[in-house]
Design a protein around this ligand. Structure first.
Ligand code: BV8
Ligand code: ZN
Length: 260
């Protein structure tokens, strides 16, 4: 691991523009279940069963029950040292952008907490799949803060739109739904122009998000993968740090994040 860590630090020092693409694995140490791990969220459900527009149209009560449970769980979790190390890096280096597949909002909270009284925006992530903390109207697209208490007694007690009384849904991207075009374009543009991409805690199975790191590669940039397991991206990584993201990112970025 030390050799890989040294290689990663060499790449980091040489980099002029950096993106960090994160997945559920960066939030595992905060207690947020991953999707495909042993205790993965999907273990008790099938993605098709819950995270699709068809499931919501067919059974909004069960979909809201699952999101209400996840929202409640995530509210008890805190950003871990991996989120914080990335936030500090992005705050001290404007050429760093965080791009996340996660909807748990922990990068946002890490940015706000690490920024303290300075502007947190350089460390706010591009959220490719939306945010579980927000609701979106299934009729008029209006967004409003996510309701903490979801009353799943009946369809009539589910969250309603303040504007048109339409049925609200979690403001996340479901399987079979297109990602926001502007968001995706920005992510690919930044990854394409980056000379270094950290890929942290993702199984690299979900597209188009899993292709974002390839944009760095295809333009001659390098990948550093941080994951406790191998993935389809591992063969393309110039350095592979096979350890929990929290400790690896803290070690890797400690010598770097205050050299603004
Ligand atoms: C689209 C929001 C087209 C919801 C998510 C067949 C049928 C239907 C669709 C498809 C299909 N084949 C391909 C597709 C496309 C599909 C897709 O990619 N499916 C996959 C499963 C094959 N993609 C889509 O549907 C996308 N949309 O294609 O639209 C389109 C175009 C135009 C018009 C209309 C349509 C939309 C995909 C978005 C789905 N929404 N989330 C919610 O969260 O409830 S995706 C969901 O999985 C999460 O957001 C997460 O980001 C994502 C990926 O998972 P990971 O983050 O990688 O997490 P995972 O558990 O898999 O892995 C964790 C990793 O961490 C592991 O590698 C583990 O080793 C590691 N780890 C664990 N602990 C640690 C660690 N690493 C370091 N430290 C640790 N401590
Ligand atoms: Zn509405």
């Amino acid at each position: 691991m030390n050799e890989e860590l040294e290689q990663a630090q060499t790449l980091l020092r040489a980099a002029r523009s950096i993106v960090a693409v994160t997945g559920a694995g960066i939030s595992a140490e905060s207690g947020v279940p991953t999707f495909r791990g042993s205790k993965g969220l999907w273990k008790s459900y099938q993605p098709e069963e819950l995270a699709t527009p068809e499931a919501f149209a067919r059974d909004p009560l069960t979909v809201w029950e699952w999101y209400g449970w996840r929202r409640g769980l995530i509210a008890t979790c805190s950003p871990n040292s991996g989120h914080r190390a990335l936030a500090r890096l992005a705050l001290s280096h404007p050429e760093v952008t965080i791009i996340t597949q996660n909807v748990d909002g922990l990068h946002v909270r890490a940015a706000q907490e690490e920024a303290a009284d300075i502007d947190p925006s350089p460390a706010l992530p591009i959220e490719l799949h939306g945010s579980i903390d927000r609701d979106r109207c299934s009729a008029c697209d209006a967004r409003q803060p996510g309701s903490q208490e979801i009353d799943i007694t009946s369809i009539d007690t589910l969250p309603r739109c303040d504007r048109c009384s339409g049925l609200m849904r979690p403001d996340v991207v479901w399987f079979g739904e297109a990602l926001d075009e502007m968001v995706l374009d920005r992510a690919f543009t930044l990854a394409h122009s980056a000379d270094l991409c950290f890929v942290v805690g993702t199984s690299a199975l979900v597209h188009p998000a899993a292709s974002v790191p390839l944009a760095t590669l295809h333009n001659g940039g390098k990948l550093i993968e941080i994951n406790i397991q191998e993935t389809a991206l591992t063969p393309y990584a110039s350095a592979t740090l096979a350890a929990p993201a929290g400790s690896v990112l803290t070690t890797l970025l400690s010598g770097y994040d205050n050299s603004a």
